[in-house]
Design a protein around this ligand. Structure first.
Ligand SMILES: [Zn+2]
Length: 290
């Protein structure tokens, strides 16, 4: 069997990130202070701009100490007291959970995102933007890029001046992107990755983990990883039908058992994709080739 390069046990939990770091003339990051099994060292929020009040990409989860860290970063960075506005990658709680808190502390700024009405209620107004929105800040131009799959409302943001991409949860600095059972779509996710490959990219600023300086290689690695998993799932189905956990135990031989539930979620995303393509069928919780 082929050996996968990245597996679920490639955990982000041990990884530490600074509370604040200036990353380029236009970009700085403030850590969301929300470490955990699904967020690694926590959500990276980003401040963008050259002069004056910067834009804030994502807000973390709403952790009490975050506004203090953000205030300290603003003082250090540009001697301003508030961001100019909020731009959001998607409606998962570790990205939009801090919107209300940031507005309460720093004033009623706009919070823009692609709408996902079921998930957008954060106790603060959300300003809808289009899939291809262009957002201007002080010395920065952001182009939204629709990248569904991890979440149906996901936008990445291309920073024109630096040929850099804020990937949210589509490409991570460490660990593996989850395709949620309820609202994820692996086929859409792969399409999104392939579209990102077409961009002229120098840098990726992910929502979790360190900055990525080899964007093309990283995105290709992500695609190759999912394609490998798909081949492994197909191979398992060939002598099926099997229950999902049987397939997990067969493919994730080098992953400890307590991570098998997370792995099962990944396998289910592959099975749904294969079923959608007419290549797999399910009967009484057992999956086989179509
Ligand atoms: Zn997410």
């Amino acid at each position: 069997m082929e050996t996968p390069k990245r597996i679920v046990k490639d955990s982000m939990i041990g990884l530490r990130m600074p509370d604040f770091a200036r990353l380029s003339p236009r970009v700085a990051t403030v850590l969301g202070q929300n470490p955990g099994p699904f967020t690694g060292p926590g959500t990276n929020t980003y401040l963008l701009g050259t002069d004056g009040a910067p834009l804030l990409i994502d807000t973390g989860q709403g952790v009490a100490v975050y506004p203090d860290k953000l205030a300290a970063a603003l003082r250090e960075l540009c001697a301003t007291s508030a961001p100019a506005g909020i731009v959001l990658t998607h409606a998962h709680p570790d990205h939009i959970g801090g919107v209300r808190q940031v507005r309460e502390r720093f004033g009623a700024m706009t919070a823009r995102k692609l709408p996902w009405p079921e998930r957008d209620s954060v106790g603060a107004p959300i300003t809808p933007i289009a899939r291809d929105a262009v957002i201007e800040g002080e010395g920065v131009t952001l182009r939204a890029i629709f990248t569904p799959g991890h979440a149906p409302d996901h936008l990445c943001y291309y920073l024109v001046e630096e040929r850099a991409l804020f990937t949210g949860d589509v490409v991570l600095g460490a660990g593996t992107t989850v395709i949620p059972d309820d609202s994820g779509d692996l086929g859409q996710y792969l399409d999104s990755l392939r579209r990102l490959l077409e961009l002229d990219l120098e840098t990726i600023y992910p929502a979790h983990g360190p900055v990525i300086r080899n964007p093309g290689e990283k995105i290709r690695e992500y695609i190759a990883h999912r394609e490998l998993r798909e081949r492994q799932v197909m191979a398992a189905l060939a002598d099926g039908p099997h229950e999902v956990m049987t397939i997990v135990k067969r493919i994730y031989t080098d992953v400890p058992e307590h991570l098998h539930q997370a792995a099962a979620s990944s396998v289910r995303s592959h099975l749904r994709k294969l079923r959608g393509e007419g290549r797999a069928v399910e009967h009484e919780n057992r999956w086989g080739l179509a």
